[in-house]
Design a protein. Structure first.
Ligand code: ATP
Ligand code: MG
Length: 739
């Protein structure tokens, strides 16, 4: 046991060995919160204070849950791996899924219910609006999705939503219709997983009491990002902090709260302290992750936020290298430079997997991926184009879902005519109308459909029935293999010109199924019921979407959004796209709260790096089909000059001039998108000025030239002056100086 506690500092030791009571560990990035949480579980188990069965730990991602288990098995003797099964470790969604499967009848669900990820949910909502003939310009599907999820996350069913105006009343009606549709199709969206479980525990006393008695210690990582419903869920399981209930041990960092848009509330920390009468709030201030320069930069950035709970991190590791800053002309140059740096790091002996490329928005990964691919550097993307969200994978999963649950209309609609089998839009419309009239699922409606639609659709139903019959005895990987062939998917992609990669991806599902079997450690009884195992696998696919790829463990550079990087650490971090409008994001930069959340995100990004941090930005960037000219991010200006080193040569165009760095530059309200200039206009010279160049105007201050037209006395340029707006100025009149 002494080994377990050997390297902890006094505050960490105190936290790990607290007597059984509620506790809050409030501490900055890299101070060992996750390590403390893990060590506490190991310590509690090892000292016999709790059975593994009595432990429930909530992590933020499946990857984090796996890491926690791996760290634990390193800390505890081999026999632990036997007993760890009893421990419940996972994400909120994963744990809820487990509870709902175990008590599906009490929760009003069939055993093989399916999970909708957010893309499926959106598709389901679109389908609903269409069926009800609702104008989707008046009720945009995405907004409705957001509305429904927000209600559920606040714990509200349609009848409980307060609607004062017609518009909201209509939205609530649609919410009701959506619920009916989901129930009919036996599908559950992410927010529903939580709400359903919460209601189950709340209403069903025997089940609630069972779990309240079972779990003695509930531990929560990244507590700052729990939403209201999640907090209430925890409270219910811990018996509201009553005597005899579980001890709730929460670790978090208010400076890393980055899910406000998803309803997370830092207020939960305060409520937790009050409602559970937390006697112990422990702060950890020593950072073990990053070198001093990186830490100083993070501290300097986050200091610009207000209303913090306040803490400052320090390290014994020494200042380390300066933070490297690079300015590129265009996003492609930025990506090329990043790839060159990685190549040189790898030549010097760095493992690719120790390098992470972070960005604010998924759309930024494309150009990075392209460069990495061309250079032959192995890489993995978290999130972004998620493995389980790829078109071909979704098609294959849809067949599998129909085997598990034929009433899943989303799956039905997706593949009823894919690969094409001559089922026309008319037949489908007839089917949908009939299903609506009879209030039955599409699948169940087919046999009652007369005429030609009935005949062609019956063939599809027969296909699904054959698939089900032929797979009842097959082990999961073979089941998947069979479906890929019998559905015609393999043949279809074989005949496609660029289908090779898709075929490989399809094979990857078989591997995923095999891995799933291995990890789930399915017992003989479960193996005898392939279709129930299949449902578990499909749930796993929905929940693990986006994390699958990066788990491959091979030596690959890791790409992910800053959101996805939370809790992780890497020797080398590249953070690209530090531009106004991109980071801080234009949607958030306008209001203080949004800006502060962006800054917390920046803090998360910077604190992922152990040894070396690269920050970069580009003067122009192609995003969503448009070229944008952005000023560099204000977050760069918030880093003290002494901590950075500029790699790009001082540029005559001014923007990269070393002298300019550190000066306060008025940030623009948002990024500015302009139509892509013709290559000629970019290189064309306008009285010594060119597109992309930074200039100074006596009245409007600093700005970037975003386009230009005309010649001689008629020449005019369009300039983005940030706060002062975007203006067209005549060159002959306006006094413009290169900045
Ligand atoms: P984040 O806020 O980013 O989630 P965290 O507070 O959870 O960070 P950890 O990931 O637990 O921090 O720890 C950061 C790093 O510091 C890890 O590599 C961990 O092993 C190491 N570490 C933590 N405490 C100590 C210690 N007492 N001695 C040596 N290394 C430590
Ligand atoms: Mg952590």
């Amino acid at each position: 046991m002494s080994d377990l506690l050997a390297n902890l500092n006094p505050e960490q030791l105190q936290a790990v060995t607290l007597p059984p009571q509620h506790a809050l560990i409030l501490a900055g990035a890299g101070s060992g919160k996750t390590r403390v949480l893990t060590t506490r579980i190991a310590w509690l188990v090892q000292t016999g204070q709790v059975d593994p069965q009595g432990v429930l730990a909530v992590t933020f991602t499946n990857k984090a849950a796996k890491e926690l288990l791996a760290r634990l098995s390193g800390m505890l003797p081999l026999s632990f791996n036997q007993s760890s099964r009893g421990m419940w470790i996972g994400t909120f969604h994963g744990l809820c899924n487990r509870l709902l499967r175990a008590h599906h009848r009490d929760a009003g669900l069939p055993q093989l219910f399916q999970i909708l990820d957010s893309a499926d949910q959106l598709a389901a909502i679109k389908r609903l609006l269409k069926a009800l003939n609702v104008d989707d310009e008046k009720f945009p599907p995405r907004e409705l999705q957001h509305f429904i999820n927000a209600q559920k996350e606040a714990g509200l069913r349609p009848h409980a939503v307060e609607a004062w105006d017609d518009y909201t009343r209509r939205r609530v009606e649609l919410f009701t219709e959506y619920e009916t549709q989901c129930q009919r199709e036996s599908v559950v969206d992410f927010a529903e997983l939580l709400l359903r479980t919460y209601e189950l525990l709340e209403r069903n006393e025997p089940i609630r009491r069972h779990y309240q008695r079972r779990f003695r210690h509930i531990l929560v990582d990244e507590f700052q990002d729990t939403n209201r419903l999640q907090y209430r869920w925890l409270k219910l399981l811990a018996d509201g902090g009553q005597e005899g209930g579980a001890c709730l041990f929460c670790v978090g960092d208010d400076d890393q709260s980055i899910y406000r848009f998803r309803g997370a509330e830092v207020g939960n920390m305060r409520d937790f302290e009050r409602e559970f009468r937390v006697a112990n709030v422990i702060r950890l201030e020593q950072n073990y992750r990053s070198h001093g320069n990186i830490l100083d930069a993070a501290n300097a950035i986050i200091r610009h936020n207000t209303g913090r709970l306040g803490k400052n991190l320090w390290t014994e590791r020494g200042a380390g290298e300066p933070i490297r800053v690079f300015e590129a002309f265009a996003d492609i140059d930025e990506a090329r430079w990043i790839v060159e740096e990685i190549q040189s790091l790898v030549r010097d002996g760095m493992s690719r997997s120790d390098v992470a490329l972070l960005y604010r928005s998924n759309a930024q990964s494309r150009v990075l991926e392209h460069q990495l691919f061309s250079a032959g550097i192995a890489y993995r993307v978290y999130g972004g184009l998620r493995f389980f969200e790829r078109q071909e994978i979704k098609h294959a999963l849809a067949y599998l879902r129909l085997i598990a649950n034929a009433d899943d209309d989303t799956a039905f609609s997706r593949v009823v005519n894919f690969p094409t089998r001559g089922i026309g839009a008319r037949s489908l419309e007839a089917l949908q109308d009939a299903a609506r009239t009879w209030n039955t699922s599409l699948y169940a409606t087919v046999p009652h459909l007369a005429g030609k639609p009935g005949t062609v659709l019956a063939q599809f139903v027969r296909l699904v029935e054959d698939l089900r019959r032929d797979t009842t005895r097959l082990p999961l990987p073979e089941l998947v293999d069979h479906v890929l062939d019998a559905s015609g998917l393999r043949d279809f992609y074989r005949s496609e010109k660029e289908g090779q990669e898709r075929l490989e991806n399809l094979d990857e599902i078989i591997n995923a199924a095999a891995n799933f079997l291995g990890e789930a450690g399915a017992d003989a009884e479960a193996l005898a019921q392939p279709h129930s195992l299949l449902a578990d696998f499909l749930a796993h696919a929905s929940l693990e979407a986006g994390e699958h790829q990066a788990d491959a463990g091979s030596d690959a550079v890791q790409l992910m959004t800053v959101h996805a990087s939370k809790g992780l650490e890497f020797d080398v971090v590249f953070l690209s796209g530090l531009e106004e409008g991109l980071f801080p994001h234009e949607n958030s930069a306008l209001e203080t709260e949004g800006l502060e959340e962006e800054r917390r995100l920046m803090y998360v990004a910077v604190t992922r790096a152990r040894q070396r941090l690269y920050l970069s930005f580009a003067q122009s960037r192609m995003l969503h089909g448009q070229t944008r000219y952005n000023l560099r991010s204000r977050f760069l200006e918030e880093i003290p000059q002494g901590l950075t080193k500029w790699l790009s040569p001082p540029s005559p165009r001014g923007m990269g001039a070393r002298s300019g760095f550190g000066q306060r530059m008025e940030p623009p309200r948002s990024g500015f998108a302009a139509k892509a200039p013709q290559p000629s206009s970019r290189s064309q010279d306008f009285g010594g000025l060119r597109v992309g160049q930074l200039v100074k105007h006596a009245k409007f201050g600093q700005g970037v030239i975003v386009s230009a037209e005309g010649n001689g006395a008629d020449a005019r340029v369009q300039i983005n002056f940030g706060v002062a707006g975007v203006k067209w100025l005549m060159l002959a009149i306006a006094k413009l100086d290169p900045a």
